[in-house]
Design a binder for this molecule. Structure first.
Ligand code: EPU
Length: 336
């Protein structure tokens, strides 16, 4: 079934809680539906959204927004070691994680309690606690908007890196993702090296999929605002990466600065720490601020417009640049 709406409120479709409308909003529940809607293809202004948990609408959207309501999870291959699970792009992300944990299939447990839907996991390569979704993705199926042609992207085609994929680069805005296939392990190995995760898991009785999920949910709950209570889009900025020499000079001046060396010799810094040290936890504006437990998260304190959020974010970027000489890039997809 395809539902088409005009002058449609996007308030329930963005976790920031920004008031904006879409000229047209199209929601479909199967590949056939979206193919039928597209006909020979659509070449107007368009945007594909998932759960709206990584978007900032600065204006009303003039054009067509597509939203997948393709559901379902299907085991497409099973061996002694692994499961290939093909999932509809409209499936809620955390429902997928909960299902795999319940089944005893390992891989996604560290990615518990992330808002959003399956399609977006492939676009922005969602990551947390030492795991990125892209590591588990073996195939992404899409329909190309301009000519309604079905396409398949292998893991390598997707070109995953930190919060990045081909769907944010050369193929940006061109595809509607319909299905994502994940490779899951029947004999899971656990990744518990991030922060205090292993400590939390021990407290819960040791490493099982259910305990890892529970520990991650508890850590997230303590640090990140729940989207149904406080408007935000999770991390607003990406953690910046700098070269080793610059990182060393920063460490000399700020010995407490968290630094994470990367395999290529560069160093990843913590945007949350940099923002906190610029004093933003203590300087909220009327409608916007940063979350008190995690400065990387810009929040809507009530009634914020997209423009106010964007201006606030720009002021943060400027202050971090001035104090540390580090440039922050936005992780949130700003729709202007
Ligand atoms: N920190 C501060 N002050 C803050 C925030 C963080 O000092 O206000 C320090 C922490 O104490 C810690 C370090 O910065 O030493 C890192 O903080 P944290 O573990 O909270 O992780 P992060 O690097 O700030 C990233 C992801 C999160 C993900 C966590 C856990 C990005 C942009 N963000 O945050 O992802 O949950 O790691 O893996 O990479 C999201 O994308 O929406 C998101 C929440």
């Amino acid at each position: 079934m395809t539902k088409v709406f005009n002058t449609y409120s996007l308030l329930p479709h963005n976790t920031f809680g920004i008031k904006a409308t879409a000229e047209n909003f199209v929601e479909f529940s199967s590949v056939d539906d979206i193919m039928a809607f597209l006909g020979n293809g659509y070449n107007g202004n368009s945007l594909v959204i998932g759960g709206g948990s990584n978007l900032l609408f600065v204006n009303d959207f003039n054009g067509t927004i597509f939203h997948s309501a393709i559901m379902g999870m299907e085991v497409v291959k099973e061996t002694e070691e692994e499961i290939l699970l093909r999932v509809g792009s409209g499936v809620n992300w955390d429902e997928l994680v909960a299902y795999t944990v319940e089944k005893g299939w390992g891989g996604l447990e560290n990615l518990s309690a992330i808002p959003g839907e399956v399609g977006a996991s492939a676009v922005q390569n969602v990551g947390a606690y030492g795991v990125e979704a892209g590591e588990l993705i073996v195939r992404v199926e899409t329909v190309r908007i301009s000519d309604a042609v079905c396409q398949e992207f292998s893991h390598d085609d997707c070109d995953f890196s930190y919060r990045h994929s081909i769907f944010k680069a050369a193929e940006k805005g061109k595809h509607i993702i319909t299905h994502v296939t994940y490779r899951l392990a029947k004999n899971p190995t656990f990744k518990l090296t991030y922060g205090n995760l292993s400590e939390k898991v021990e407290e819960l009785g040791g490493a099982t999929l259910a305990n890892v999920r529970k520990a991650v949910c508890e850590i997230r709950e303590a640090k990140l605002p729940s989207p149904d209570k406080i408007g935000s889009a999770g991390s607003f900025f990406m953690n910046p990466v700098v070269d080793a020499r610059f990182a060393e000079s920063l460490a000399k001046e700020y010995p407490a600065m968290p630094q994470y060396p990367l395999p290529n010799g560069d160093v990843k810094l913590s945007a949350g720490w940099l923002i906190e040290k610029c004093g933003w936890k203590d300087t909220p504006h009327e409608h916007v601020g940063v979350y008190r437990h995690q400065a990387l998260v810009v929040i809507n304190r009530g009634g914020a417009t997209g423009k106010e959020v964007l201006d606030f974010a720009s002021a943060i970027i400027e202050s971090v640049k001035k104090k540390f000489g580090v440039t922050l890039n936005m992780e949130v997809n700003v729709i202007d």
